[in-house]
Each structure stands twice: as C-alpha cells, then as structure tokens.
Ligand binder design. Structure first.
Ligand SMILES: NC(=O)c1ccc[n+]([C@@H]2O[C@H](COP(=O)([O-])OP(=O)(O)OC[C@H]3O[C@@H](n4cnc5c(N)ncnc54)[C@H](OP(=O)(O)O)[C@@H]3O)[C@@H](O)[C@H]2O)c1
Length: 239
C-alpha cells in the first residue's frame, strides 16, 4: 500500500513497487491521478492496482482504505505511509486548527492505518523472511528543529517515535518500521521554496524512492528505525 500516491514521492514509490511485481493499493484525494496511475501500472507491469480516494484528515476515510485493501488483496507486505501536508509559520501565531489538521493527516492517519493493518503485516512477518514492513516518510525536521517548522516538525517527530515504538513491540514478530527522514525533496510540496532553496540542490525524488525500495529488500532480522537523507553541504542536520 502506498498513501499519497497521486504525485511526488508516493507516485514514484508506487511505480517502483509495481515494477518490482507488487500488487498495490494506492490512495490520495485526487481520483483522476490515481486512476491514471493505476491504469499505467496495470498495463506496464501486469500487477493489480486498486485505488481508494480518501482524505487522510477523515477517520472514516482512513478506515475505508484499510477495508478496501483487505477486500482486494487479503495480505500486506509493505505499508508506505507517505501522505502528508506541510505548512510553515512561526510558533508565536501558528493557527492551532492548522496544527490539528496536520496531526490528523501526518500522524493520526498513520496510527489508524497501522492499527487496522497490523494483523496482515503480522501474517507477512510470520510467513516471509522480509516480514511485514512499515515505511513512513517523515522528515529531517522531525529530527532537528528549524525556524517556521514547529508544527510540521512535531508531526514528523511523532511519526519517527511511532516507528520506533512499533519496532519495540512487533519486530520480534517480523513487523519492522522505518522512518525515512529526507531534507528538502524537489516536489510540488517544496516548489514555493525554490527562490531560497534552488530546486537542483534538493534531493531528487528518484533517490528517496531508491532508498525506500532498498528497505523493502532487507530481511526482518535487521531493523532500521530511521534512515536520514540529507543534502550535500556543511550542515548535515538541516532540511
Ligand atoms: N518534499 C519534501 O521536501 C519532503 C521532505 C521530507 C519529507 N516529505 C514528506 O514526503 C511525503 C510526500 O511528500 P511530497 O514531497 O511527495 O509532496 P506532494 O507532491 O505534495 O505529495 C503529497 C501526497 O500526499 C497526499 N495528500 C496530501 N494531503 C492529503 C490528504 N488530506 N488526504 C490524502 N492524501 C493527502 C497528496 O495527494 P492528494 O493531494 O491527491 O490528496 C499527494 O499524493 C509527505 O509526507 C511529506 O511530508 C517531503
């Protein structure tokens, strides 16, 4: 399963997983983009690709993704928790409602999906050396704070913590979790920053997807709680 697969990192990861032979559930709000991607991947790779249009801010929508996946596939090897929103602003006057919405989308939906899908992941953990994998796309801002990123960074720090705890509770059953923590990646999300952070200095989407795919090949005997991807330069721990 790949959440936030309508564009950016999620779309590229869905392409890579389909190319590797995985049947997929892809989800986002953009129905047309999901339909086009599903058709393309089904035609190119002869895999089954189900789509679910859902808003991660709405709990019923999130649960409907899990239900659709269970009905269509009945098993789950890799859960890519990628859907996310970002909105910067100073702590002093950051709108608390925006903070709540970001937590719903970036953290709460991930928590609910993990709860819903843990039985399928545990079954993969018992039946395959690769186990059941949760790959959450967090962020460098979840590791090191930066101005204007208090809310976004807090959601990503929560995601990192969720992955750590999941490992402590379930890795011995073959369910492992990794929080992938990139600095700026050149996607729609960061287009507005292009004047201060040139696009060609941001991480390419392809590299983030390659890192995620590498994680899918590691057996569950090795736990990778975090994977940090940073841009070249004198400051490693900055977005
Ligand atoms: N770009 C960066 O610099 C960067 C760095 C570190 C981490 N990340 C993280 O990487 C992940 C992917 O981001 P991206 O850079 O690929 O951004 P993007 O191109 O804006 O893609 C975001 C994806 O999330 C989905 N999404 C957003 N809000 C949603 C909602 N309420 N319900 C359902 N789906 C929703 C979007 O689909 P719809 O709009 O169709 O719903 C889209 O597929 C995010 O979690 C982001 O925080 C990005």
């Amino acid at each position: 399963m790949v959440t936030g697969a309508s564009r950016g990192i999620g779309e590229e990861v869905a392409r890579r997983l389909a190319s590797a032979g995985y049947d997929l559930t892809i989800t986002a709000r953009s129905t047309d983009a999901l339909a086009a991607l599903s058709e393309e991947l089904t035609d190119s790779h002869q895999v089954r690709v189900g789509t679910v249009s859902a808003d991660m801010a709405v709990e019923d929508d999130v649960r409907s993704i899990a239900a659709a996946h269970r009905d269509a596939h009945g098993s789950l090897d890799v859960l890519v928790l990628n859907a996310g929103m970002g909105a910067i602003g100073p702590v002093a006057d950051y709108p608390v409602r925006r903070l709540d919405k970001m937590f719903d989308i970036n953290v709460r939906s991930a928590f609910v999906l993990i709860q819903e899908l843990l039985p399928l992941l545990t079954a993969s953990g018992a039946s395959s050396p690769l186990g059941g994998k949760v790959l959450a796309v967090a962020s460098m801002t979840g590791i090191a704070g930066e101005p204007l990123n208090s809310a976004y960074g807090a959601t990503k720090a929560a995601l990192i913590s969720l992955c750590e705890t999941l490992n402590t509770e379930h890795a011995l059953e073959g369910v492992t979790a990794t929080a992938v923590c990139p600095g700026y990646v050149a996607t729609a999300m960061t287009q507005g920053l292009a004047e201060t952070v040139p696009l060609d200095t941001m991480l390419p989407v392809a590299d983030v997807a390659t890192a995620l795919m590498a994680l899918t090949t590691i057996t569950s005997r090795t736990v990778v709680p975090q994977l940090v991807l940073t841009r070249p330069g004198p400051h490693l721990w900055r977005a």
